[in-house]
Every structure is written in structure tokens, then in C-alpha cells.
Design a protein around this ligand. Structure first.
Ligand code: KMH
Ligand code: ZN
Length: 274
């Protein structure tokens, strides 16, 4: 494990996602202004990366490049941070729409490394889709984050790396607790991280009730964390959080208690090689 003081914790905030509605979470930021303000508060609270999905005027998930542009501009006018676009969109988004916003060249973009059941639906990421998204990420010189929901996805990423010409550098985010994916037990996080090289940067997104325990354990293990409404709306059992910033503040407090400082944006860029 890396020495703690030389390994600040990068906090990513996934501010809105593609699946939730205001009905489920009244504090969910949806409009460009709401997303930008929520992102600013998250960054002021310690987040270095904003994981971005956007919505159309009706609040539906969208991969519209103009909306991504508008939201990105609004966030960066308010705060300095690493902008990470989702190429996942929502289940069923066609490949071409998933990659179109990458023309805007965000600092980072996600790429999911396989298919899976996702709630009642199927989140499709065939090898053809993965290669297409990877090509667009490379073409636009963007730092990739591999979204890993199970061991097979990690093995797919490792196989593609081994074959050559995939990516020189990448960040790994384990997404644990999606209904249909690997559950977010501590044992599963330990098991998955065991497959990584010691120098590989990684984080974890614990979905729902897994967010808090996985945040604490990832920080203790030397990893990084992702929090925010996309992954979890409950601050405590039965208590809906009022802001993304509340989750970020809690992750920052845990980091400090575990004697790891929270990474600034420039420290996060250095760690990730952006
Ligand atoms: N909305 C999920 C189906 C990502 O952002 O890269 C996919 C997702 C992953 O959220
Ligand atoms: Zn996402």
C-alpha cells in the first residue's frame, strides 16, 4: 500500500446520474444551473472530479452535446475541477449518442467494460461498443476511467491492455451494489482490488447502502472514492440527503480521520496523469 501522506484521496462527485428523478429525490440537480451549482458546492467541499450526466428540459437523461457544453461551461465558470463525462448514458442509449459529447474534449470520460443486468434492464456494452467508445476517447485525447462492475469486466480491460493499442494510462472505478451487478461487500472490494497492480489508481462507487462502508474502506485501503446522488440518495437509513456536498463533506471527514488529506484539483490531475 502507498504511504498515506503521499496519497491524497481523490473525491469524485456524481451529481445527478441518468436514472433518478426529482420525485425520488427532491434535491436532485437537473437543470444546467442546478447541476453547476451543485457541482460548485461539491468541489468547495472537497471533490476534485465531477462525473457528469445531463438532462433535457423535461428532466430526461440526455446525451445532447449542446447541453453537455452548456453545463460544462457553467461549472467551469463557477469552479476549477476535473470534468468527467459519462459515456454510459442510460440503458439503451445508442453508441453514437454515447460518444458524441466527447468532441468537447472533457478531461476524463467513463467507459464501461462489459454488459450486465441493470435493475430491470440490460446495460449493453459489447466488445464492439467498448472499442468504439475507446476509439473516441483516444481520438479526443481524454483520460479514461474504466467502470468495472464485476471481475469479468476487469479481465476484459486487462485483456485489451495486454493486446496493446488500448490505453497507456487509465483510472479504474469499481461500481458495486447495482442490482444485477456485484454487491458492495467489503470482501468484494478487497477481492477486486487484489487484481490491480500496486501503482494503478482506483476508486469505488458504492451504490445505495454500500456507499458509506465502501467509502470508508476504500480510503483505509489507499484508494479513491466516488459519492453523490447518482449512486445514493440516502445520507442515513431512511433519510434523504439534501445535497451532493453533504456526501462529499462526509467523505472528506473520513479521509481526514484516517490521516489522508483530500486531493486538490491539481493533486488529482497529478495522480491521474492528466
Ligand atoms: N447510467 C448507467 C446505465 C457511466 O456513467 O459511465 C451507466 C453509467 C455509467 O452511469
Ligand atoms: Zn454515471
Amino acid at each position: 500500500m502507498k504511504s498515506m501522506d503521499k496519497n491524497p484521496v481523490i473525491i469524485t462527485c456524481a451529481v445527478t446520474g441518468a436514472e433518478l428523478t426529482k420525485k425520488e429525490c427532491p434535491y436532485l440537480p437537473i437543470s444546467p444551473d442546478e447541476i453547476a451549482l451543485s457541482a460548485k458546492d461539491a468541489v468547495l467541499s472537497g471533490a476534485a472530479i465531477i462525473h457528469l450526466h445531463v438532462r433535457d428540459k423535461a428532466g430526461r437523461p440526455s446525451q445532447n452535446t449542446d447541453i453537455f457544453h452548456e453545463v460544462t461551461e457553467k461549472i467551469l465558470a463557477l469552479t476549477d475541477c476535473i470534468i468527467q463525462f459519462s459515456t454510459g448514458g442510460t440503458v439503451g442509449t445508442p453508441d453514437d449518442l454515447r460518444i458524441k459529447p466527447l468532441l468537447l474534449k472533457p478531461h476524463m470520460a467513463t467507459i464501461s467494460m462489459g454488459s450486465m443486468n441493470f435493475g430491470d434492464d440490460i446495460y449493453k456494452n459489447s466488445l464492439k461498443t467498448i472499442k468504439k467508445i475507446a476509439g473516441a476517447i483516444r481520438q479526443n485525447n481524454i483520460m479514461p476511467e474504466f467502470e468495472i462492475f464485476d471481475l469479468a469486466m476487469l479481465e476484459t480491460a486487462q485483456r485489451l491492455q495486454k493486446a496493446g493499442g488500448f490505453f497507456d494510462k487509465f483510472h479504474i472505478n469499481f461500481v458495486l451494489g447495482v442490482k444485477g451487478g456485484t454487491c458492495g461487500s467489503i470482501k468484494n472490494l478487497a477481492y477486486l482490488t487484489d487484481y490491480l497492480k500496486e501503482t494503478q489508481s482506483w476508486s469505488v462507487s458504492g451504490i445505495g447502502k454500500y456507499q458509506l462502508p465502501l467509502t470508508a474502506h476504500a480510503i483505509a485501503m489507499g484508494g479513491h472514492v466516488r459519492v453523490g446522488f447518482e449512486d445514493n440518495i440516502f445520507y442515513k437509513k431512511g433519510e434523504i440527503a439534501e445535497s451532493n456536498a453533504d456526501f462529499v463533506k462526509r467523505a472528506a471527514r473520513i479521509s481526514n480521520e484516517l490521516d489522508r488529506k483530500v486531493a486538490t484539483v491539481s493533486e488529482a490531475k497529478k495522480i491521474l496523469g492528466i
